[in-house]
Every structure is written in structure tokens, then in C-alpha cells.
Design a protein around this ligand. Structure first.
Ligand code: PSU
Ligand code: MN
Length: 310
């Protein structure tokens, strides 16, 4: 095993036995929500994964070690350390070499999950092509990671802080399958609809597992984006969210915020402007994703273990 990885015993044993594991990111804990809601949510998500029959493996970088599966104390450290760096893939070597801490984004979590041999990863929303990217060049490394790293990423789509049309075009260029679970339209995180048609649709966890196996057995490496629409009862009206996003973007431009600070700034401002509604939706959708992720991990383990024996 990679000498930089510290894997929790439970995760190591599950992987060795071919049992299902679900990777979880830590940027959402450190930068996506405030304490104590972030810690409660992280624990609840791990519990849902367990109830679904898989072992949760929350990923973060602590003291320069790539942690796969956090103890209660480590999870609390990530949730309460106000200064933990947001770590994308390019930050991993720096944080390792300097013995530092990092809360991993979708890109970095995918890369570390792949190093550990975990093929299923659950998050809230993926990064993508930002509005105005034609001048800012702000395109998340989540997209290039999806192109390169063989992990299935379950999200609720992407927030409309991004240009969803350009994000979907870029995923097509990068040859990343984009599957919508149980719906015909790509979801926009807070909303089940975005006006963009689902590139592919699948309706069961078993079908998702079959796609994963087919892609990788065909020798086509890289990730798969599984977009799981937020439950209808938890949706936020598009007009409410759009107004909050427009206000946050205007404020960001006025304050000259850009680069890796852009996404955390917008997420925090949208939460404030919607007075907690967006946070409630965020928590509901990540729990929903955890349920699907566990089911996909169970189905994929059954499929691949079964075929190894047969
Ligand atoms: N989008 C969300 N919630 C999040 C993020 C994105 O709706 O928490 C986080 C994820 O960790 C994602 C990262 O990988 O932001 C993308 O940041 P950037 O746009 O700087 O690549
Ligand atoms: Mn960016």
C-alpha cells in the first residue's frame, strides 16, 4: 500500500474482503458548513452509509498523512479547525511534504480514494465551469480529475453558481459519463431540474454498478458522474436560489474574490442569504446521496466479487 496512506482498520478489512466502502470528502465539512452542523451532518452521513451496508471512509489530510476513514476525534478536528486548507489534487504533495492539514475537495478525494482502491465516492455537489469562465478561466479541477481517475462520484449535480451548460459540455469533451439517477434532466443541486437533458439515465443501483464495471473492464479509465436529484420535498424554488446566487456573485466581484476562494465564498453567502433554507436542502441531499452511494457500493461489490469467483 502507498506509504503516505493511513487507512482505518475497518476500511482496510472491508477492502481486503471485497466488501463495500464509500469514500466521503472533507471540504464540505471544513468549508461547506459551519460547526456544529458540519460535524452532525458528517456523522449522520457516515451512519446512513453503514445502514446501507457499506463502510464509510471520510478522507482528509492530517499532519501530512492521507487519512482514509477518520476517527471521531479526527472528524471533530476537521470540523472545528477554522484554518484547515482547502485541498485539491495539486495541493496534496505540498501538504504531505510540509506535514500540513487539508480538507479534500472532490478532485483530491477522488485521487486518494483511487490510491486506496475505493471505487465509490459520495459528495454534495461537484465543481465545474464557473459562470464567466471565458474571462476568468475558473474551471474546477474536479472536472479534470473526473477525466483521469476511475472513481464513480455520486452528487446532486452541480450548483447553478456554475454554468451548467458549459460544465456538461466539458464533461462530454473529457469523456466522462454523466448519468442521472431516476430522472431525465440533469439536477441543479437545490433543484431537481436545470433545463439540461440527462446525458444518460439509469434507475437502479445495480444498473449503475454495471456501468462502472463495463467502463473499467473495457479499459476506459476515468471517473463517472452520477447525479442524484434532490428529493422533491427538499427542493428550493429556482427563483429563490437564483436571486441569492446573483447577489453572492455580485458581492464576490466587488470584493475581488477569485481562485480557490470563489466556491467557499459563494456557498457561504448563499447559505446566509437564504437564512438556512439552502443549508437544510444541502443536508437533505447529501443524506439522499449517501443512501444511493451505499446501494451502489453494495451492488458493485456483489457484481465484481461474484464475477471473480465465477
Ligand atoms: N460545490 C458544492 N458544495 C461544495 C463544493 C462544491 O455545491 O462543498 C466543494 C467541493 O469540495 C468541490 C469544491 O470539490 O468545492 C470545488 O471547488 P473549486 O470550484 O474551487 O474547484
Ligand atoms: Mn476554481
Amino acid at each position: 500500500m502507498n506509504a503516505f496512506l493511513d487507512m482505518a482498520a475497518e476500511v482496510r478489512e472491508a477492502l481486503a474482503g471485497g466488501r463495500p466502502v464509500v469514500a466521503l470528502e472533507s471540504t464540505i465539512i471544513a468549508h461547506g458548513m459551519t460547526f456544529p452542523r458540519n460535524l452532525h451532518t458528517a456523522c449522520a452521513v457516515e451512519e446512513i452509509v453503514r445502514e446501507g451496508g457499506a463502510v464509510p471512509a471520510t478522507i482528509a489530510i492530517l499532519d501530512g498523512r492521507l487519512k482514509i476513514g477518520l476517527s471521531a476525534g479526527e472528524l471533530e478536528r476537521v470540523a472545528t479547525a477554522g484554518d484547515i486548507a482547502k485541498a485539491s489534487t495539486r495541493d496534496i504533495p505540498y501538504l504531505v511534504a510540509t506535514g500540513s492539514n487539508g480538507a479534500t475537495t472532490v478532485a483530491a478525494t477522488m485521487r486518494i480514494a483511487a490510491m486506496a482502491g475505493i471505487p465509490v465516492f459520495v459528495t454534495g455537489g461537484i465543481g465545474g465551469v464557473h459562470r464567466g469562465a471565458e474571462t476568468s478561466f475558473d474551471i474546477s479541477a474536479d472536472l479534470t480529475e473526473l477525466a483521469a481517475t476511475s472513481v464513480a462520484v455520486i452528487s446532486a449535480g452541480a450548483k447553478s453558481i456554475l454554468d451548467l451548460g458549459l460544465t456538461l459540455e466539458t464533461l462530454e469533451t473529457l469523456s466522462v459519463p454523466v448519468v442521472v439517477y431516476g430522472a431525465d434532466e440533469f439536477p441543479a443541486f437545490y433543484s431537481r431540474t436545470s433545463g439540461h437533458k440527462a446525458p444518460m439515465r439509469l434507475d437502479t443501483a445495480e444498473a449503475v454498478a454495471a456501468l462502472m464495471r463495463a467502463k473499467w473492464r473495457l479499459g476506459i479509465p476515468g471517473g463517472i458522474s452520477i447525479a442524484n436529484p434532490i428529493p422533491a420535498a427538499d427542493e428550493i424554488p429556482a427563483a429563490t436560489i437564483d436571486a441569492a446566487i446573483r447577489a453572492a456573485l455580485a458581492e464576490m466581484a466587488g470584493r475581488g474574490i477569485a481562485g480557490k476562494e470563489a466556491t467557499p465564498f459563494i456557498l457561504a453567502r448563499v447559505n446566509e442569504i437564504t437564512a438556512g433554507d439552502s443549508l437544510r436542502a444541502n443536508i437533505a441531499l447529501i443524506k439522499n446521496n449517501a443512501r444511493l452511494g451505499a446501494a451502489v457500493a453494495v451492488a458493485y461489490a456483489q457484481l465484481t466479487t461474484g464475477s471473480r469467483e465465477g
